[in-house]
Design a binder for this molecule. Structure first.
Ligand code: M6R
Length: 363
């Protein structure tokens, strides 16, 4: 059942190109994203505000969703962790819509928020991987990710397919609302349609990433940095590492370093820097110089076209060239592989990390 892989997690990491293909299927028509068959156009018709609510990795997908929907479809989005959202006094926007994201569709806090939204007359769209799950039964509309069963506690292919749905939704809404010229829509949709191939290319670096993990396996602390979409991916990379390798990992928005976290940097500490946002490279590089000056070992996860700019970094993982908006789908893969090997080299139980359950059905 592990298909020759040592662990479900590694198998699921490698299933991502296929899972992306499955999730893309039927959602692009005439070269543009088209989700009308999910019957969502009526619920989005007068929407002026979107809430995206989820937990853990699904929340990180929701952060990318926020940036993509705001950028492409120009609708204000608020993304929040379910366990926080449900206990605050939300100022429900009368023309709003709630999107809940949940791989299992059974997460207690996410369900509670879904019900609270409905009690307030807010319609709910669920993005889930499990047909017939609690979330799919109670939401007004459902879009399924087609990741297939995810067994490892650490979420990988569910995350990348959730990202894909976020992009498809952003592009669909952009088309319906006319917020993007058709040629740009087609171009970005075209790249999204090829994203499985780009994801596949990342595996060419697997051995390099494994060797990198071997070099860093004994560290106590790690930092993940990024700006914009890269910050969301940094958060996901840090969660993966702490979850399965038990190494302390923190993600910071690169621009926040000077406001405190820089004090934590010391000689030899690994800093993983995501560098995929062309217009932000110089800003991130100046933060990298600051951590390097304090002795950090900087591992750049950077797009091929930006390699030149990140030559000062100590180690590099090169990502295929991709539109910066879509970069999270490829950018997360090296971080998943890195977390996997760090856990392996430390002898941790990768598929069943201590203290954690696959689905958090109690509060
Ligand atoms: O099933 P869900 O997507 O609702 O689960 C949410 C989180 O519990 C989940 O993503 C968790 O953070 C993962 N173990 C992370 O790898």
């Amino acid at each position: 059942e592990k298909n020759g892989y040592d662990h479900f997690m590694l198998k699921e990491i490698h299933e991502q190109p296929a899972a992306l293909r499955e999730t893309l299927r039927g959602n692009i028509k005439d070269q543009v994203a088209d989700l009308a068959h999910f019957n969502i156009d009526d619920i989005f018709a007068d929407v002026k505000k979107i809430y995206i609510v989820a937990c853990g990795t699904a929340y990180h997908a929701g952060l990318v969703g926020r940036w993509a929907i705001e950028k492409l479809a120009r609708i204000p989005v608020e993304t929040e962790i379910a366990s926080e959202f449900r206990y605050r006094d939300v100022l429900w926007h009368p023309q709003s819509l709630m999107i809940v994201i949940s791989q299992s569709g059974e997460t207690a806090d996410t369900m509670a928020v879904l019900r609270e939204a409905k009690r307030n007359g807010i319609r709910v769209l669920a993005v889930t991987n499990v047909v017939g799950s609690a979330v799919s039964r109670e939401a007004d509309r459902v879009i399924y990710t087609h990741a297939g069963p995810e067994i490892a506690v650490a979420s990988t292919k569910a995350y990348s397919t959730q990202l894909l749905i976020m992009y498809l939704l952003a592009l669909h809404l952009a088309r319906v609302r006319g917020t993007m010229p058709l040629n740009e829509l087609k171009e970005l949709t075209g790249e999204l349609a090829r994203i499985d191939g780009l994801a596949e290319k990342v595996f060419e670096q697997q051995n390099r990433i494994k060797e990198m993990a071997a070099r860093h396996k004994d560290v106590q602390n790690t930092f993940f940095l990024g700006r914009g979409f890269d910050y969301a991916v940094a958060m996901e990379g840090a969660l993966k590492l702490k979850e399965i390798s038990y190494i302390h990992a923190e993600a910071y928005a690169a621009g926040e370093l000077k406001h405190g976290p820089l004090a934590l940097i010391y000689e030899g500490v690994p800093v993983l820097a995501l560098i995929t946002q062309d217009h932000l490279v110089e800003k991130t590089m100046s933060n990298i110089r600051e951590v390097k000056a304090r002795g950090a070992i900087v591992i750049a996860i950077c797009k091929a076209n930006l390699q030149e700019s990140c030559q000062e970094c100590d180690e590099q993982i090169i990502l295929p060239d991709v539109n910066p908006i879509l970069a999270p789908i490829v950018g997360v893969i090296p971080l998943q592989i890195f977390a996997y090997y760090m856990a392996i080299f430390r002898g941790a139980d990768v598929d069943k990390p201590r203290n954690l359950a696959k689905s958090v059905t109690v509060e």
